[in-house]
Design a protein around this ligand. Structure first.
Ligand SMILES: Cc1ncc(C[n+]2csc(CCOP(=O)(O)OP(=O)(O)O)c2C)c(N)n1
Ligand SMILES: [Mg+2]
Length: 545
């Protein structure tokens, strides 16, 4: 109880827990604190789901989240989320229950080597002896809670807690328990700042998690902005959507300096640019996260400032060149909106009106492809909504064509696993729901990513939470079709071991967890699904492999 009090006092607002005997006292204390309104408690059967739910809560709230589990394999099931938290710098406090020292190493039931189990990816790894019931220890435990929060500022922390029988007693909470205000984050000590003059050879690259500062710097420096779809910076007049094409052309060759924010993962062209000997690379550090440095020669800094304002004529030429080339590429590939011109609908001419109606019908009946699906989800996301993208082909499709728009798009790009996507989205939705104007959290996933996290659909969620999972079902992992191995391998073996087809029934899966189900095969059905009233909805969208 004292440990959880310490966590709450230091800023923890959410505890995610999975059931178990050894962890019972933590669980009961969390329940008592939740009942008294000091924290929000989320219970998940599967620790893997719990871990990613905690990750989503922390990503969306920006606050550390505690996750509690029992001993044994339960702990190992948190490992994927701990790794993602490490590589993305997300504050996660993992509290695992363990046997006391005298019951370790004797082959006891459900006992493994828990201290150190997460290796060196945790910011702190404490193995605490069983509590003794000394009132002075309660203060130590409270302090430990505050310490854990501080240690988790930029990544995961592991606290392994031994418990001895009796594993819990009655939980009593003082009626006037005041857990105090939430403290702020400590400031950086002596940040490294570089100041640059605007020129016509600099680009700003915003990878995953970069945030709006990347856009602001691109404007201040008069630089084109390469902003990945989950960068949080894909908006504004400097954003270059078809950046992969532009980087391969003369504009790409003209780059002399690249400033990188966040973690770019969605193209080959960006790392190729950063490896080029004639490009000066400046990486703006994300606290706690491994620096993105593919050329191994980047200058790592904390902040970049513009000296003076860019010359508008230079901006028109340099940024304008990138943006108009990007636009030309997109227009040649696929029109933004194939729908007929609206004014034709009210034409005086009956023939023109009829032609409009026919064209409109054709659009609504058109089958859905990946581009349409990615565009439609992006277009339906508003600032109060959340979009969560799985590590399927669809995130790359979205990245290649969705226009700049200031909305929140998340993805687990620390390790780009196909695991935990729906769980992460439910965590994000739960944290967003604390804001009265929260909209819908939509997930865009491939079929394998959705099936990998099927357990997330089996969780009871609070009433009113809106999560819509769009599954682009192409019968397996078709992302591998673009690899060379697709050409060189035996086609049957390739399908068996790479694409891994399945016969999962998504309608039955949705029903098993109490989610509504829709199937969208045309543009009209997709549009319908995007404005569906059901709070929890799985939309299956069949796609060509
Ligand atoms: C946990 C994990 N296991 C395996 C992979 C390797 N992997 C990357 S994409 C992918 C297939 C994704 O399939 P799907 O979600 O259906 O998307 P599609 O490629 O069909 O668009 C796999 C297995 C991974 N990224 N993460
Ligand atoms: Mg697939």
């Amino acid at each position: 109880m004292a440990l959880l009090e310490g966590l709450v006092r230091a800023g923890v607002a959410d505890v995610v827990l999975s059931p178990g005997s050894r962890s019972q006292s933590l669980a009961l204390a969390a329940a008592a604190l939740a009942r008294a309104g000091h924290l929000d408690l989320h219970v998940r059967i599967d620790e893997r789901v719990a871990g990613f739910t905690a990750l989503g809560l922390a990503i969306e709230s920006g606050r550390p989240v505690a996750v509690v589990c029992t001993s044994g394999t339960a702990v190992a099931n948190l490992h994927p989320a701990v790794l993602e938290a490490h590589h993305s710098g997300v504050p996660l406090i993992v509290l695992t229950a363990d046997r006391p020292a005298e019951l370790r190493g004797i082959g006891g039931n459900q006992t493994t080597r828990q201290p150190g189990i997460f290796g060196d990816v945790v910011r702190a790894d404490w193995d605490l002896p069983a509590p003794v019931g000394d009132p002075a220890e309660a203060d130590d435990a409270r302090d430990l809670g505050a310490l854990a929060v501080r240690a988790s500022a930029d990544g995961p922390v592991h606290v392994n807690l031994a418990y001895r029988d009796p594993l819990s007693g009655p939980v009593e909470l003082p009626a006037d328990l005041d857990l105090g205000p939430v403290p702020g984050r400590p400031a950086l000590a002596d940040p490294v700042v570089v100041e640059l003059h605007p020129d016509d050879a600099t680009v700003v690259i915003a990878g995953h998690g970069a945030g709006p500062q990347a856009e602001a710097l691109a404007v201040a420096l008069g630089a084109p902005l390469i902003a990945e779809v989950t960068s949080g910076a894909r908006f504004g007049r400097h954003a270059v959507v078809a950046y992969r094409h532009v980087l391969r052309g003369p504009h790409g060759e003209a780059v002399g300096r690249a400033i990188v924010f966040g973690h770019p993962t969605l193209s080959r062209e960006v790392p190729q640019l950063l490896e080029r000997a004639d490009v000066e690379v400046i990486v703006v550090r994300t606290p706690g996260v491994e620096d993105y440095n593919p050329g191994r020669r980047a200058r790592i800094v904390d902040e970049v400032r513009a000296l003076g304002a860019p010359d508008p004529a230079v901006v028109r030429r340099w940024v304008g060149g990138w943006v108009s080339m990007s636009r030309a590429v997109l227009e040649s590939e696929a029109p933004d909106d194939p729908a007929p011109e609206l004014s034709l609908a009210v034409s005086e001419d009956r023939g023109v009106r009829a032609a409009f109606a026919k064209a409109e019908l054709a659009v609504m009946r058109a089958p859905i492809d990946r581009r349409m699906l990615a565009r439609a989800l992006w277009a339906s996301t508003w600032p109060h909504d959340r979009l969560v993208l799985a590590a399927s082909r669809l995130i790359r499709v979205a990245d290649s064509l969705v226009p700049g728009k200031a909305i929140t798009a998340h993805a687990n790009r620390g390790l780009a696993g196909i695991d935990g996507t729906v769980s992460t989205a439910t965590g994000i939705a739960l944290a967003a729901a604390r804001n009265a104007r929260a909209g819908t959290t939509r997930v865009l996933a491939g079929d394998l990513a959705a099936l990998h996290d099927a357990g997330a659909l089996l969780v009871p969620l609070p009433e009113g939470l809106r999560v819509h999972v769009f599954v682009g079902n192409d019968g397996g992992g078709t992302i591998f079709d673009d690899l060379e191995v697709a050409q060189s391998a035996d086609p049957d073996d390739f399908a068996t071991v790479m694409r891994t087809p399945h016969r999962a029934d998504f309608a039955a899966l949705a029903a098993a967890g109490g989610w509504a189900y829709r199937r969208a095969t045309t543009r009209a059905e997709l549009d319908d699904a995007l404005t569906a009233p059901e709070p929890l909805l799985l939309v299956e969208v069949p796609l060509e492999p």
